[in-house]
Write a protein that binds this ligand. Structure first.
Ligand SMILES: CC(C)(COP(=O)(O)OP(=O)(O)OC[C@H]1O[C@@H](n2cnc3c(N)ncnc32)[C@H](O)[C@@H]1OP(=O)(O)O)[C@@H](O)C(=O)NCCC(=O)NCCS
Length: 209
């Protein structure tokens, strides 16, 4: 099953298959769309600049922290995002404007991690990211037939916590974060639930079943 999904993801990334997911409000009105980032976007300086700027503006909220540059973003798209199995990043559009992104990774036949969400611009419906998250969850349940959808959010990230609650996540298991510095990159690794963090930093693990 996962292999057939992977073939579809590969086709989408290569530009051979189109996926556009409508983002609908509670009344079913379309308020935006999710469109996968594909190889074609490697040639878009605008999109690469947007991804880079948004990442730098929101570095503190991510478990892997570094100074992004357009070169590094392009390299990451090419070598990681488009190569990894079970991973995809969707651009979020509202009112025909690119306003952010929302992705998933670690897709298996059982589960997936919702990942890498940033609202870069405040254009569009106030709850467009809640609706985008719900649309992505539904798409993963219907297309990839996953049973469990995971999320991870730092315990001090109020907006993300509020968004994830409204998307439908529950669980809220608190894990300590352990700082690992390598060169110019800082990684916060998840420890065992209930343990203490040496840096006083924690992350919630969430799920939708
Ligand atoms: C996470 C993110 C995509 C959510 O986008 P959003 O849904 O448009 O966020 P909002 O600014 O509308 O805030 C979400 C909610 O938090 C509430 N909120 C914000 N600050 C708050 C505070 N200090 N106390 C209580 N609630 C607060 C808002 O009122 C809103 O609630 P509502 O939906 O009931 O009105 C966006 O905040 C973002 O890009 N954050 C930076 C990147 C990031 O943290 N990504 C997640 C990594 S896990």
């Amino acid at each position: 099953m996962l292999n057939s999904i992977q073939i579809q993801l590969d086709e989408v990334i290569a530009g051979a298959r189109q996926v556009i997911i409508d983002i609908k409000d509670d009344n079913g009105v379309i308020v935006g769309v999710l469109q996968p980032l594909t190889m074609e976007h490697l040639g878009s300086e605008y999109i690469i600049k947007m991804l880079t700027d948004w990442r730098n503006q929101n570095m503190e909220n991510f478990l892997t922290q570094f100074i992004a540059t357009p070169e590094r973003t392009r390299q990451w798209m090419q070598d990681v995002l488009f190569q990894a199995r079970g991973q995809m990043l969707f651009l979020v559009y509202a009112q025909n404007n690119l306003i952010g992104h929302f992705g998933f990774k670690n897709l298996t036949s059982q589960s997936v991690l919702l990942d890498n969400v940033i609202r870069g611009e405040r254009i569009g419906h106030p709850k467009v990211f809640v609706f985008a998250g719900k649309a992505l969850v539904r798409w993963l349940q219907v297309t990839a037939l996953v049973k469990t959808i995971y999320g991870e959010v730092m315990t001090n990230n109020i907006t993300s916590i509020m968004m994830n609650k409204q998307i439908g996540f529950s669980g809220w298991k608190r894990h300590p974060l352990v700082k690992v510095v390598s060169g110019i990159e800082t990684c916060w690794e998840l420890g065992v639930e209930g343990d203490l963090s040496p840096d006083g930093k924690y992350c919630f693990k969430l799920l939708i079943e």
